[in-house]
Design a protein around this ligand. Sequence first.
Ligand code: AMP
Length: 308
Amino acid sequence: MKFSKCPLMVIGTVAIDSIETPYGKQGEVFGGSASYFSYAASFFSPVELVAVVGKDFPEDYRNILSERPIGLGHLSVHPKGETFRWQGQYKSDLNVAHTIDTKLNVLLDFKPKINPDVKPEILFLANIDPALQTEVLNQVHRSHCELVACDTMNFWITNKKKELIDVLKRVDLLVINDGEARELTGEYNLIKAARAIQANGPNAVVIKKGEHGVLLFFENQMFVLPAYPLEEVFDPTGAGDSFAGGMMGYLAHIKQFNFDVLRRAVAYGTIVASFTVERFGLDRLREISKEDIEERLKIFKSLTHVDA
Ligand code: AMP
């Protein structure tokens, strides 16, 4: 059978955000889990984006995605509805995003339809309604798809926990932040939380701890990495999605899934996220090249190396 090559597919939100950080305030920022994810992943691999926007979605934002090898054939435009909107605020602790408002808008009647000729080798279910994650998962043939990973956030853990737990039973890798891992499992200790998640589905779990780095659990092995140290984090929005994009983009490029490759993927994710937080929205990622990522990774390696 003839089918289009698709190393990596993502379903998630394409959003218009309103953000307030201690450094400033900005409305109408181009955001969304799938936007950050695909832009970050595209430094390593082509990526097919599955999402919906409304009639208000600016052409300029679509053009930003078109700058990169991001397939937009599955980006549907709702003829009447408004784009998903998120309003968030960060206080002095930049690791904690406070949601002021979430307007699901066009997500409410989104029915993603995957072209059956497009067969992803890796599928990433970015942060979105678990019911939509399930719809895409149901349309992807596991015989072609080597790896399914997913992300989520407190909004869905609170509102759609049962659906989310069903998704987790069907994925190989979960990327989640520390607070959400605790909320999902009821375990405060993050090693226990990861083990509880692994017992119910994915054999790999990545727990993001914001400026404190990440924990990777793969089968019964563990790996820890700090975040890339920055003197000034301007806007943390999208750090988690860019981390996941860098990580999954690297996996799609290498086409292997084992502990060593995952460790490197986590390092790439860390570096890409460190660029994202230097400006609002996608502004910083738009300025950098793959060489900048490699250069910063070299510095990171020397910062984390111990000759023991
Ligand atoms: P993060 O990487 O966790 O900082 O994600 C930031 C992005 O998540 C923002 O650009 C928001 O548009 C998006 N977002 C916020 N709330 C939700 C939600 N409930 N579901 C999906 N995406 C969301």
